[in-house]
Design a protein around this ligand. Structure first.
Ligand code: NAP
Ligand code: ZN
Ligand code: ZN
Length: 348
């Protein structure tokens, strides 16, 4: 066992602070990764603050991990020392259920092991994430980072990237489709980039008109201010697909009005009660409201390879580990352009 430095929260109301955590000795298929960069997801905050139900403390967040392999167990075949790799939101699953067999480990019938706050099968207790010096992960949950991508910007692909890629693919977004991305934060900005790269006509739907120029630079064809009723009216019944990244419960009805007959709005943000939906709005045009959670491991690799081919990278603001509390406050205020990434050298 190795003790490493990490940043974590010891209660729902405490700031993140330096602490020490244990990493297991390598078993057969384990890969040890020296963490170079870790992205900051709004989920880190929801979890550490027990906004999704009581968390197990300390919470060491971080599930957008990019690093270098520094050691491998004897059974590892896919990776070797020096490889650039990524780890996202999961570090294990049962691998036997119908979901796992279909490569949908995130929907594992027996519960996937999340990168932080999951049940640690090896050491007992709960898992600790990427706000730390290194991590030990089974190779089946490690993905390869395309060498051509700027390594300092890759980390957010491991959650924000795959969480927006998976619904775009699942609902078969294609060239010429009119796609609305709701909420311009970490997920939203990746949603714009990926939908644009798939050839869609992308409309950024935001409360913040001051983000309009950025949205266009990120690849949006149009910006729609959700608080402008007239503008919303103009886009009524016109979207082929909506991706909703709003992080809290909210009124879905204005967004449902935007959807064409037979289309889907995928909720990826709010993991909490939503306000009531008017059934008539769904019934009258056979509209669907769905949810989507991250993506499977194979699909994550597919997304990374796609980003490698098209040189798609998040827009990031690099911070030191010591500035994490301030960065979190900015995420909560929706003041992030458009993903914080922690340079883990600062934790050495
Ligand atoms: P983020 O960076 O904070 O972005 C969320 C954006 O939503 C904000 O920038 C803001 O954009 C908009 N927004 C914020 N509060 C709002 C409100 N009260 N009403 C309407 N719009 C609001 O968060 P993120 O990291 O992208 O994550 C978004 C959500 O997805 C979080 O809840 C996160 O936990 C969740 N998540 C889910 C999955 C999954 O697997 N489904 C994976 C990762 C994250 P505007 O200023 O443009 O309005
Ligand atoms: Zn995340
Ligand atoms: Zn399973």
């Amino acid at each position: 066992m190795e003790t490493v430095k990490a940043y974590g929260a010891s209660s729902a109301t405490s700031d993140l602070e330096m602490m020490h955590i244990d990493r297991r000795d390598l078993t057969g298929n384990d890969v040890q990764i020296d963490i170079l960069y870790c992205g900051v997801c709004h989920s880190d905050i929801h979890t550490a603050r027990s906004e999704w139900g009581p968390a197990s403390y300390p919470v060491v967040p971080g599930h957008e991990i990019v690093g270098k392999v520094i050691a491998t167990g004897p059974g590892v075949t896919a990776f070797k020392e020096g490889d650039l790799v990524g780890v996202g939101c999961m570090v294990d699953s049962c691998r036997e259920c119908s979901a796992c067999r279909e490569g949908l480990e995130q929907y594992c019938e027996n519960g996937a092991v999340m990168t932080y706050g999951g049940k640690d099968k090896h050491l007992g207790g709960h898992t600790f994430g990427g706000y730390s010096q290194n991590i030990v992960v089974d190779e089946a949950f490690v993905v390869r980072v395309p060498e051509n991508l700027d390594i300092a910007r890759v980390a957010p692909l491991l959650c924000a990237g795959i969480t927006t890629w998976s619904p775009l693919r699942h609902w078969n977004v294609k060239k010429g489709d009119k796609v609305g991305v709701i909420g311009l934060g970490g997920l939203g900005h990746m949603g714009i980039k990926l939908a644009h790269a798939l050839g869609a006509y992308v409309v950024m739907i935001t409360r913040s008109m001051d983000k309009a120029e950025d949205a266009k630079a990120l690849g949006a064809d149009e910006v729609l201010l959700s608080t402008d009723e007239k503008a919303m009216q103009k886009h009524a019944n016109s979207f082929d697909f909506l991706m909703n990244t709003i992080p809290v419960g909210h009124d879905l009805n204005p967004y449902i009005s935007l959807m064409k007959r037979d289309t889907t709005m995928a909720i990826v943000g709010a993991i909490e009660p939503l306000k009531s939906v008017h059934g008539g709005m769904l019934v009258s045009k056979r509209k669907n409201i769905a949810g989507s959670m991250i993506g499977g491991i194979e699909e994550t690799q597919e997304m990374l390879d796609f980003c490698g081919e098209h040189n798609i990278l998040p827009d990031v603001e690099m911070i030191d580990m010591q500035n994490i509390n301030e960065a979190w406050e900015r995420v909560v205020r929706a003041d992030v352009k458009y993903r914080f990434v922690i340079d883990m050298k600062s934790l050495q």
